[in-house]
Design a protein around this ligand. Structure first.
Ligand SMILES: *Cc1c(COP(=O)(O)O)cnc(C)c1O
Length: 399
C-alpha cells in the first residue's frame, strides 16, 4: 500500500508528504540513491523507459532522476500546489532554466526592476546575446503592466518581495492580465517559501525557489527547484533535461530534510524577524525599516492580503556615517555574521547597495542600507547584539 500522505495543513504535509516508510523497510526517510545507470530487466522495459522520457517519476537514467530526486520534487510540488517540480543545481539555475524554457530569439520579456541581481545580469547578457529584448518594470506597477505589453511579449518575471527593496508585488493582478494576453508568468518565491506564499494559487504559471535558502535551511547546500502548473510543466521539463541539469543525491537529501522542519523554522523566523523589525523602527538614527509586515512598507496591504507570514530577511536604513562606523558595527557583532546568501538557521548582517545593483556600497550617499537575516537564535540575544552594534555605529567619530 502506498502510504504517502498529502492532505492536511501545509505544516502537516511538509512533515508527511513524499515519503513512504512501507516501501523502504520501515525507515522514515527516503534513502540517498547514488545512481547513474539504472538497470532495465527486459527489452520491453528498456523500450518503455525511452518512451517515458518526459514522464514524471520515470526511472530511466540517473540524470533524469532517482527516487531521492522524485521525493524532493514531489514534496515541493505538493507544498507549492504545482503539477510537478524539477530540481536543478542552484536557485540561479532554476531562474535561468525556467526563463529559457519559454523564450526564443525576437521575444520581449518584462522583468521587475527589483529582482535578485544575478537574474538581471542573466537578462542583460545571456538573453541579450540570443536576441531576447528585456524591459524592467516598477514592481509596484500592478495591472498597469499591460501598458508595457508588446506584440512579442512572451514572459513576465516577478520577485515578491524584491531583493533589497522588499517591495511586494500585486501578483494576482499581474497574473490575470498576463493570462489574458497569453503571456507566461514566472515568480521567484525564495523569500517567502511555500509556507508563507504559493504563487500558483494566485495565477502564476511557474514558480522558482532557491532551495539553497529556507528550504534546505542550514547553509550547507546549493539547490534550486522549479514548480509548474500542468500546462507549463512539459516545457520546463524539456528545458531542464536538454540543459543536462541535475542534482547530486546528498544535496537533494539535505533539501528534503530541510523541508521537514520548514514550517516550524519559518514561524520562528517570522516571529523574531517582526520583533527585530519593530525594535529597529523605534531606534534613533534608523531612517526606515524595509519589512513587508510593517504598515509603511511598499506593498504592505498586498502582503497582508496574499501572504501567510514574513520570513527573516529584510532591510533597514541608517543615517549616514563613515565607512569606519559601519566597519565598527559589523566587525564587532557577536551573532550576526557577514556573508552572502541567507535562509539558514543563523543570523547575518551586511551592507548593501541601495540602488539595487551589486555594485560596491556607495559610502558617500546620505543613507546606509543594511540587509539583515534574522536566524533562530534567542531574539533577546539578537536585539542586545544589534543594540551595541548601533551604539558602535553612531558613536564612531571618524569621517
Ligand atoms: C540567493 C537567491 C537566488 C539564487 O540562489 P542560489 O542557490 O544562490 O543560486 C535566487 N533568488 C533570490 C531571491 C535569492 O536571494
Amino acid at each position: 500500500m502506498n502510504k504517502q500522505k498529502s492532505d492536511g495543513a501545509i505544516a502537516t504535509r511538509s512533515v508527511h508528504n513524499a515519503r513512504d516508510p512501507s516501501i523502504q523497510n520501515g525507515m522514515v526517510n527516503t534513502p540517498v540513491y547514488h545512481a547513474s545507470t539504472i538497470i532495465h530487466d527486459t527489452v520491453n522495459d528498456l523500450e518503455n523507459a525511452k518512451l517515458n522520457i518526459n514522464t514524471k517519476d520515470a526511472l530511466i537514467y540517473g540524470r533524469l532522476g532517482t527516487p531521492t530526486t522524485f521525493a524532493f520534487e514531489n514534496s515541493v510540488a505538493d507544498l507549492e500546489g504545482g503539477y510537478g517540480a524539477l530540481a536543478v543545481s542552484s536557485g540561479l539555475a532554476a531562474i535561468t532554466t525556467a526563463i529559457m524554457a519559454f523564450v526564443r530569439s525576437g521575444d520581449h520579456i518584462l522583468v521587475a526592476n527589483s529582482v535578485y541581481y544575478p537574474t538581471r545580469h542573466f537578462c542583460d547578457y545571456s538573453l541579450q546575446r540570443v536576441g531576447v529584448d528585456v524591459t524592467y518594470y516598477d514592481p509596484s506597477i500592478g495591472d498597469s503592466i499591460s501598458t508595457l505589453f508588446q506584440e512579442n511579449t512572451r514572459l513576465i518575471f516577478m520577485e515578491s518581495p524584491g531583493s533589497n527593496t522588499f517591495i511586494v508585488q500585486d501578483v494576482p493582478a499581474i497574473a490575470e492580465v498576463a493570462a489574458a494576453s497569453n503571456i507566461v508568468t514566472i515568480l521567484d518565491n525564495s523569500w517567502a517559501s511555500p509556507i508563507f506564499f504559493r504563487p500558483l494559487e494566485h495565477g502564476v504559471n511557474v514558480c522558482v525557489v532557491a532551495a539553497t535558502k529556507y528550504l534546505s535551511g542550514h547553509s550547507d547546500t546549493m539547490l534550486g527547484v522549479i514548480i509548474a502548473d500542468e500546462s507549463h510543466y512539459p516545457a520546463v521539463r524539456n528545458c531542464r533535461d536538454e540543459y543536462g541539469q541535475c542534482v547530486g543525491p546528498d544535496d537533494l537529501y539535505l533539501g528534503l530534510r530541510g523541508i521537514r522542519t520548514l514550517a516550524t523554522r519559518m514561524q520562528q523566523h517570522d516571529r523574531s524577524g517582526r520583533a527585530i523589525a519593530q525594535w529597529l523602527s523605534q531606534q534613533p538614527g534608523v531612517l526606515r525599516v524595509l519589512h513587508p509586515a510593517l504598515p509603511d512598507s511598499i506593498g504592505h496591504e498586498i502582503w497582508k492580503r496574499d501572504f501567510d507570514g514574513a520570513s527573516g530577511l529584510f532591510g533597514f536604513e541608517l543615517e549616514s556615517r563613515s565607512r569606519d562606523a559601519a566597519v565598527s558595527m559589523l566587525e564587532g557583532m557577536r551573532y550576526f555574521a557577514m556573508g552572502f546568501s541567507w535562509g539558514g538557521f543563523e543570523s547575518l548582517l551586511i551592507p548593501v547597495d541601495s540602488s539595487g545593483g551589486r555594485k560596491s556600497v556607495d559610502w558617500s550617499s546620505d543613507r546606509r542600507l543594511f540587509r539583515i537575516h534574522v536566524g533562530l537564535e534567542d531574539v533577546s540575544d539578537l536585539i542586545a547584539d544589534l543594540e551595541s552594534g548601533l551604539q558602535r555605529y553612531f558613536d564612531c567619530n571618524s569621517i
